[in-house]
Design a protein around this ligand. Structure first.
Ligand code: BGP
Length: 471
């Protein structure tokens, strides 16, 4: 198609995560992960052991229905499908020396299905799924031993699947660790909170582990492309005052340092100043410094919303943003879950990342969580999700603008291409999919799948390579 800014070969698809889609939390030799004891997502205390109200234990039963789901993705014309491999399916406790073959065999079957449909796999090695044993017996990523356990896990995946998987992401939203230590870093959170020294040391361990996975990929899967994955969130000053502009710079630095390290191979000066001012002396070995120089091939990121920032503490009302808070922006509408809807923000962040890192970019999460109503139209069960079509259309139009700006964008995988359990609240009612799944927050439902209106809309977008978007 000529009347589209999207290049030939642009990778269109969708994204999910093992803990939110698979279920079968204790099948196939899988061990417990931190997600199995987070029945209410980030916002509520964890449980000691899995509880029946944790929707992730069953998810949408993708562990058994993956072939049906992938066939639906293929019907939409997906060129790429992002999913994560559950670490505790491969190493149930995380510190074993030998992997669980049943776990590896499950992902062999998923890859077989994707190959059958000509869909490119994009694999997240760790998507908030640290084995629970590593959290409880080692303290999660505060413990340097996790680097070795992760390295063994990554090497196992790259050796087993490296010839079949071209695109790899090391950690999902690696920049969320300071904000969600247990979910993102497998760090048990004591009464008084996790001491900052330990949080920053955990951040360093993950960055070293990410770089080591990149080095291993070069060694065992030279054709593979390795990306980091960050949560992106454009930050606007609440007022034009220089103090608010500086508050934005400080907040940006906190988010961008992870991409800086992954693309430059060392810590930037502003981050070293932060450590000095916090009185934090990281334990960094010469080997760590050498490891960090293994920089990524591309940068991937999630985008849902933008936020505002201010230097005025009195104005710091409780803004609601995904994981990273922020101040509500009075110029924007919000979703039912309070996430501010800002399509232009996606163009801004694409330009910011391209200008800053000059690495190809991949949007691996973008979507609208909404309460969908299952109805019957012409005898077919469906959802008339015009609001989701509008959200995705407007965001994709901005991707097209960024492409016109000269930004190198590899692809787009819409988040939650099928209804799955949400991460922040562990609800199913916060639906993102092009495909409705009949399961409710109380666990009832048939698990049947139904095409929403956006299913056909997205198929047209893919078929026309973006020409069908409404600009
Ligand atoms: C991101 C996570 C995803 C996904 C997404 C949507 O932070 O990487 O796993 O969950 O948020 O958020 P939620 O599911 O909380 O609506």
């Amino acid at each position: 198609m000529t009347n589209t800014p999207f290049p030939d070969g642009f990778l269109w698809g969708g994204a999910t995560a093992a803990n939110q889609i698979e279920g079968a939390y204790d099948e196939g030799g899988k061990g417990l992960s931190v997600q199995d004891v987070m029945p209410r997502g980030i916002s509520a205390p964890r449980s000691d052991r899995p509880t029946p109200d944790n929707l992730k234990l069953v998810g949408i039963d993708h562990y058994n229905r993956y072939a049906e789901d992938i066939a639906l993705f293929s019907e939409m014309g997906f060129g790429v499908y992002r999913f994560s491999i559950a670490w505790s399916r491969i190493f149930p406790k995380g510190d074993e020396t030998e992997p669980n073959e049943e776990g590896l065999a499950f992902y062999d079957r998923v890859l077989d299905e994707l190959e059958k449909h000509g869909i490119e796999p994009l694999v997240t090695i760790s998507h908030y799924e640290t084995p629970l044993h590593l959290a409880e017996a080692y303290g999660g990523w505060t413990n340097r031993e996790l680097i070795g356990f992760y390295e063994r896990y990554a090497r196992t995946l790259l050796e087993r699947f490296g010839s079949r998987v071209k695109y790899w992401l090391t950690f999902n939203e690696i920049n969320s660790l300071l904000h969600a230590p247990f979910m993102s870093g497998g760090i048990p959170i004591p009464e008084g909170g996790v001491p900052e020294q330990q949080l920053y040391q955990a951040m360093h361990h993950e960055l070293v582990a990410s770089a080591r996975a990149t080095r291993i990929a070069r060694e065992v899967a030279p054709e593979a492309k390795v990306g980091c994955m960050v949560l992106s969130m454009p930050i606007y000053p609440l007022t034009p005052s220089p103090d608010d502009a500086r508050a934005v710079m400080d907040a940006d630095h906190g988010n961008l340092v992870y991409g800086d390290v992954h693309t430059r191979g060392e810590y930037p000066g502003y981050f070293l100043r932060t450590l000095r001012e916090k009185g934090i002396a990281l334990e960094i070995t010469d080997q760590d410094r050498d490891d960090l120089t293994n920089t990524v091939d591309f940068v991937s990121f999630s985008y849902y919303m933008s936020i505002a920032e201010t230097a005025d503490p009195a104005k710091r009302a409780e803004g609601e943003g995904n994981i990273m808070g922020g101040i509500a922006n009075p110029t924007l509408e919000a979703s039912e879950w309070g996430w501010q809807i800002d399509p232009v923000g996606l163009r801004l962040v694409l330009n910011q990342f391209w200008d800053r890192w000059q690495k190809p970019l991949f949007i691996v999460e973008n979507g609208l969580g909404a309460r969908d109503q299952l109805v019957e139209v012409d005898g077919e069960k469906t959802v008339v999700d015009d609001y989701r079509i509008a959200y995705l259309n407007d965001h994709l139009v901005q991707v097209g603008e960024a492409l016109e700006d000269g930004v190198d964008v590899l692809g787009y995988t819409s988040w939650g291409c099928i209804d799955i359990v949400s991460a922040s609240t562990a609800q199913l009612s916060k639906r993102y999919g092009f495909i409705y799944v009949d399961r409710n927050d109380d666990g009832t439902g048939t698990l049947d799948r139904y095409r929403k209106k956006s299913f056909g809309w997205y198929a047209d977008v893919i078929r026309s390579n973006g020409a069908s978007l409404t600009r």
